[in-house]
Design a protein around this ligand. Structure first.
Ligand code: PHE
Length: 452
């Protein structure tokens, strides 16, 4: 790689920088918006249990696979597969990832726009003490069915994302995560303590933490595994791309471990806030909760607790930052590809891909009440399902198969051994790569037919 190329690509400034940036990618709306929504749609605590198992047995191994491929090849997903296997169709996995990334970015930025608007609403004092669950629900619907509002915030989020990505890795991503992610974590702990001490919260806690195994079925497992991929930013090469900026002295196992652990912890805390609060105000999770769940419930909390105004502003600021560190990583995948493989400038690549995401995102933005046609299709929900679950699961499957049977586990282990002298989970990881993860994902993808 010549110096012009490497300055275009950038690299992490320090060891901790990868963990920060990758956690920044992983932690986002997936933890705070999507996770509680999936829990409420898929039987409560039993989903949480399967989710944690999915992270440990499939998510963490796939994350290690991705960062290993990334660091070994020092390339974007397409370049990485091409480098390891120049002939054959394998680089298509990289293209699949790039396309998936742009589609996820499109609807993800819409929801991040909701967070931005809730920040503005909270700051302007919209959520006062007399707020009820009904009012909070209708405020949400009112906002999401207003096309100019939704589009405005959507554009703001995509604009910020494009700007940061066009400035490059070092200047962009690390700075945000360093201070703000720990702050988000502390705030969530605080809010969780408040939520579980609300009168009537205990039922919410048992709904969230006491599994009812009669609710366990293939759909629950499908969504739990899909959620693990989505939340850990796996299956589309994000971690290959981020891994490509890791230095050789880093310990990939502990890097992947820390990112998986912190991501899961944040999701668990988000649920510990949502469900106790929801039960305290409503008595049950009601019928299936939709995309508005988190926004409706959080505005209730901030309306009711002392100092709610400050906490509300702080929370939505941090949620927005968490979302933007994720949108950055979604955009970084196609951008890294265009820089490496097509010799584009960073700026041009970022602008053009940002524009694509914008165009693709318009139907999602208008599908929550603004335009009847898209609303009836449930466009945003469909995008979330097909790209956020299916495409990521398919991508993860192909990555496992590639690593285990094309590149081979022993070669991957050589890369892991650089910077990690004792990898105690080696046999387990190899087992997961060769058998457990691919077989589990194939079975899950097979069952999709029966639920649609
Ligand atoms: N993991 C991110 C979140 O939880 C979303 C994401 C998915 C980011 C896939 C990159 C790739 O919010």
């Amino acid at each position: 790689m010549n110096s012009q190329d490497s300055s275009q690509r950038g690299s992490w400034g320090s060891k901790i920088a990868f963990i920060l940036a990758a956690s920044g990618s992983a932690i986002g709306l997936g933890n705070i918006w999507r996770f509680p929504m999936e829990v409420s749609k898929n039987g409560g605590a039993v989903f949480v249990l399967i989710y944690v198992l999915a992270v440990a047995l499939i998510g963490f191994p796939v994350m290690l696979a991705e960062v290993t491929i990334g660091r070994h090849t020092q390339k974007n997903p397409v370049g990485a597969f091409k480098h390891l296997k120049p002939n054959g169709p394998w680089k298509l996995i990289g293209y699949l990832g790039i396309i998936t990334g742009i589609f996820i970015l499109s609807f993800y930025s819409v929801v991040a726009g909701w967070a931005a608007s809730y920040l503005v609403k909270t700051a302007s004092g919209a959520f006062r003490g007399d707020l009820t669950k009904q009012i909070s629900d209708s405020l949400f619907t009112e906002f999401t069915s207003n096309p100019s509002q939704v589009l405005l915030f959507f554009i703001v989020v995509l604009g910020i994302t494009t700007f940061i990505v066009s400035k490059g890795i070092k200047g962009g991503i690390e700075k945000w995560t360093k201070v703000l992610m720990p702050l988000l974590f502390i705030l969530l702990i605080f809010l969780a303590v408040r939520a579980i001490t609300l009168p009537g919260a205990s039922e919410g806690i048992s709904y969230y933490l006491k599994p009812d195994f009669s609710k366990l079925n293939s759909t629950v497992i499908l969504f739990a595994v899909g959620q693990a991929f989505f939340s850990l930013s796996l299956g589309m090469g994000t971690m290959i791309t981020y891994g490509s900026y890791i230095s050789k002295s880093d310990n990939l196992v502990s890097d992947a471990g820390w990112v998986s652990f912190s991501d899961t912890l944040i999701a668990i805390f988000a649920g510990l806030i949502i469900f106790p609060t929801l039960f305290a105000f409503q008595g049950s999770p009601g019928e299936v909760q939709g995309e508005g769940l988190v926004f409706q419930v959080f505005s209730l909390i901030f309306a009711k607790i002392p100092g709610g105004y400050i906490f509300g502003v702080l929370f939505f600021t941090l949620l927005l930052v968490a979302a933007i560190t994720s949108t950055i990583s979604l955009l970084e995948v196609p951008v890294a590809y265009l820089i490496d493989e097509r010799r584009w400038s960073r700026k041009k690549a970022a602008m053009l891909m940002g524009l694509c995401a914008f165009i693709l995102g318009i139907p999602s933005a208008l599908s929550t009440g603004a335009v009847k046609f898209f609303t009836e299709i449930g466009f945003l929900g469909k995008m979330n399902f097909y790209f956020g679950n299916i495409a990521l699961a398919a991508g993860a499957l192909l990555i496992c198969i590639f690593l285990a049977y094309v590149w081979r586990v022993k070669n991957a282990l050589k890369e892991i051994a650089i910077g990690c002298s004792r990898f105690r989970l080696k046999p387990l990881w190899a087992f997961s790569m060769m058998f457990l993860s691919p077989i589990a994902i194939i079975i899950i993808l097979y069952f999709i037919k029966t639920i649609r």
